[in-house]
Write a protein that binds this ligand. Structure first.
Ligand SMILES: [Zn+2]
Length: 300
């Protein structure tokens, strides 16, 4: 085996081995190829099925993307260490350490990095946040990987993923930078991935599923291929939030852990309480949109 490196690049890895085995399949969205040397066959077969489901889910939500050569390659590199979660993703390719994966499987035969692979796949869509705005890529990739858990595995597993995010975000020090100022330098993982995901979960709860996923699709289709930052994110989503737009500023600009938000009351429900006086309907339009009696400590 030949190993060589490019001193100016920190994250490019080219793996080759005469012992590589390959499995492939073709989906309507793309072809999938998995390269490995020692991974158990069942693990690879299961993963192939999972990638297919995740690709279909994200294409349904966000629309078609063009992947280089129309193929997603997942390479289990023969390196033994050195990666964050499922590995490194670039358009069309995910590289994972085979050594680390085998070690994890030895400790737990049910080991799976379904959510981590889903995270890397969703970067095929979420990759247009630039510099400080890189948190946008990570927040969407992480939240959509959680949505893959919800839709493909179970609601219960999705809830425990969110609970993990809340636990970690609550532990951030009060001085931790806000999403709108978190630097793009490899620090701030919990802020960019987890607090960002909880903010998107808040948007989803506030807007409802239909408007949230429609908004995500339009956000992707509007900005894909461009370079954006926090200002574009803020103005796009504030427009959709209407009267509840201030909650977005609180999420974006609060330093530290979970922001304290007032619990919104669904006006749709209140409208049902309209009463008839003197023969005409009176809608409770003067009722406050927010009830300020309790501060919400929920993370969404
Ligand atoms: Zn990522």
């Amino acid at each position: 085996m030949t190993r060589w490196y490019s001193p100016n690049d920190t994250d490019i890895l080219i793996a080759a081995s005469p012992n590589y085995k390959q499995k492939s399949t073709r989906l309507p969205e793309a072809a999938i190829e998995i390269y490995y040397t020692q991974m158990p066959e069942e693990f690879i077969d299961k993963e192939m099925g999972q990638i297919a489901k995740v690709m279909k889910l994200f294409t349904d939500y966000l629309g078609q993307i063009s992947i280089p050569a129309g193929t997603i390659k997942h390479v289990y590199s023969s390196k033994r260490k050195g990666q964050g979660r499922a590995g490194i993703a670039r358009p069309g390719m995910i590289v994972t350490s085979e050594g680390l994966t085998l070690e994890s499987l030895k400790k737990d035969p049910h080991f799976s990095f379904f959510q981590d692979i889903a995270h890397e796949i969703t970067h095929f869509w979420w990759n247009f946040g630039a510099e400080q705005g890189d948190w946008i890529n990570e927040a969407f990739a992480e939240y959509f990987s959680a949505v893959a858990v919800e839709k493909i595995l179970s609601e219960q597993e999705f809830e425990s993923v969110l609970e993990k995010y809340r636990r970690e975000v609550r532990e951030l020090p009060a001085s931790a930078p806000s999403l709108s100022t978190v630097p793009f330098n490899g620090s701030g993982f919990v802020i960019r991935y987890y607090k960002g995901s909880l903010m998107l979960n808040h948007l989803r709860h506030t807007l409802g599923d239909e408007k949230f996923f429609q908004g995500a699709r339009e956000f992707f289709q509007t900005y894909s291929g461009r370079s954006i930052g926090t200002p574009e994110f803020r103005s796009f989503w504030k427009l959709r939030l209407g009267s509840q737009k201030d909650s977005l500023d609180i999420w974006l600009d609060s330093p530290g852990g979970l922001p304290e938000l007032k619990e919104p009351v669904q006006l749709g429900g209140l409208a049902l309480l309209s009463v008839r006086l003197s023969g005409r309907a009176v809608l409770p339009s003067l009722w406050p949109a927010f009830v300020s009696t309790a501060l919400c400590s929920r993370g969404d």
